[in-house]
Design a protein around this ligand. Structure first.
Ligand code: SF4
Length: 458
């Protein structure tokens, strides 16, 4: 399908072809699902909501619940206030969530609907029952990306809920970034292993990976509760994982409740997990991680060194959401591989600065770019091929056109299963990622080996 992509790169500034990102409300909807008993609400037309729900459903293989203001021509001309009021009335009467998390869309942003005023009026008129909450985030999709939308909704959790009223505690807040439920579950496991009491928010584990029980539950048991969110203001500190997805909420919590914060890379790969574990140890005053963690690390390291001859020097084209790409680039470098094209569709020069710092002397031999698209990545690969492509499902077309091995990583993965259940976080996540990378490379060797070189043991 992409055979006609030209090799020669011409300068483009306004046009995106085959974007390496998706729209803001998807991230906001995903973040909202990480609150217990929360219904995400899309303030816009039905088409936006359907697209966002189906995109998330296809990645998580779970039904995604969300409601919509169902804009028609009338709302586009006169504003969507009445639609939102009617929506809130119906939602609280029929579905009875604890929280409705409203995010906007391109249309409602262009109209200029003032969500806080509409919600305040609805509260005054008794449309929002006592003890129930309506929060909102502005998520115009003509700026930023799905990561910006996620970040805005997590910040809204802080702005609406966190409070100084609970005094001071030794608990820690962890904002895990725009990652899968398995990563959030692994994060909680690691925190518990080190004996830390922490609030992870948002938390989509047990929401988007809930087991089949035989009966449908609109609001599964997982998710951070409103009470936990209020108490985030009393925590001793916040660890914000992934600057693009988590920093703005952590900053807001500091200015609102005086909770200091540290921004770290996602703990993907051994080096990054080491840094994360070290900060947790500093918090607990422990010198060494628990034995099981040291063993997990050893296993990941063992696999990396055992498979070094397949990994070393392999050129990789890497793309996706910025926090994931930064962490994976670090991991690939530590495994002896060479990420030569590193791109994200999300804007932000700090992405380029960060990746170039990681690459060190190699930076001058690599293309690192934010606000880029997959058409550009394809052109780069056509000019100088790579040994492996790593990124979300959309890269499969480039992989097919150029006959390059492909590892699915990040969001969205629409054409495979399992990614929601296996963590990429921590030392265990490193083993999962290495398994995928090495096996993909070995499959290619098998496929391309002449009969006399076709080996049983590799
Ligand atoms: S880009 Fe805008 S109009 Fe399109 S689906 Fe996203 S929010 Fe809706």
């Amino acid at each position: 399908m992409l055979d006609m992509t030209p090799k020669d790169i011409t300068q483009r500034s306004a046009l995106r072809i085959n974007p390496a990102k998706t729209c803001q409300p998807i991230g906001a909807m995903y973040a909202s699902l990480g609150i217990h008993n929360c219904l995400p609400h899309s303030h816009g037309s039905q088409g936006c909501c359907s697209y966002h729900r189906s995109h998330l459903t296809r990645h998580y293989k779970e039904p995604i619940v969300a409601s919509t203001s169902s804009f028609t021509e009338g709302a586009a001309v006169f504003g969507g206030g009445p639609n939102l009021r009617q929506s809130l009335k119906t939602i609280f009467q029929v579905y009875k969530p604890d929280v409705v998390a409203v995010h906007t869309t391109c249309l409602s942003e262009t109209i200029g609907d003032d969500i806080p005023s509409i919600v305040r009026k609805a509260q005054e008129d008794g449309i929002v029952p006592n003890g129930k909450f309506v929060i909102h985030a502005n998520t115009p999709s003509y700026v930023g990306s799905n990561v910006t939308g996620f970040s805005n909704m997590v910040k809204a959790m802080v702005d609406y809920f966190s409070s100084r009223d609970f005094g001071k505690s030794t608990d820690v807040n962890v904002i895990p970034g725009y990652v899968d439920p398995a990563d959030m579950r692994e994060m909680k496991r690691m925190l518990a292993e080190l004996g830390l009491t922490a609030t992870v928010f948002p938390d989509t584990s047990d929401v988007l990976d809930s087991p089949m029980s035989g009966s449908y539950e609109m609001f599964p048991k997982g998710g951070v509760t409103t009470e936990q969110l209020m108490k985030t203001g009393s925590a001793s500190m916040t660890l914000a994982l992934g600057a693009f997805a988590s920093e703005s909420a952590a900053m807001s919590l500091e200015s609102k409740c005086g909770v200091p914060f540290t921004v770290m890379d996602l703990p993907i790969g051994i080096r990054s997990t080491d840094r994360f574990v070290k900060s947790l140890l500093d918090l607990t005053g422990q010198i060494k991680p628990v034995a099981s963690m040291i063993e997990d690390r050893g296993r990941a390291l063992d696999m990396m060194t055992d498979m070094q001859h397949y990994l070393y020097g392999k050129k990789v084209g890497l793309y996706g959401d910025p926090d994931q790409v930064i962490a994976m680039a670090d991991f690939l470098i530590s495994a002896g591989m060479r990420p030569v094209y590193v791109i994200t569709g999300t804007p932000g020069k700090r992405f380029e600065d960060k990746v170039k710092t990681l690459l060190g002397n190699e930076a001058c031999r690599c293309v690192v770019k934010s606000s880029a698209d997959l058409f550009y990545l394809h052109q780069l690969i056509k000019s100088d091929p790579v040994d492996l492509i790593i990124g979300n499902t959309y890269g499969k077309y480039i992989a097919r056109a150029e006959d390059i091995p492909f590892v699915r990583y990040g969001f969205p993965i629409l054409d495979r299963v399992g990614h929601g259940f296996f963590p990429t976080f921590g030392y265990r996540g490193s083993i999962y990622l290495l398994t995928n990378i090495v096996n993909t490379l070995l499959d290619r060797i098998d496929r391309d080996s002449p009969e006399e070189r076709f080996e049983l043991v590799m």
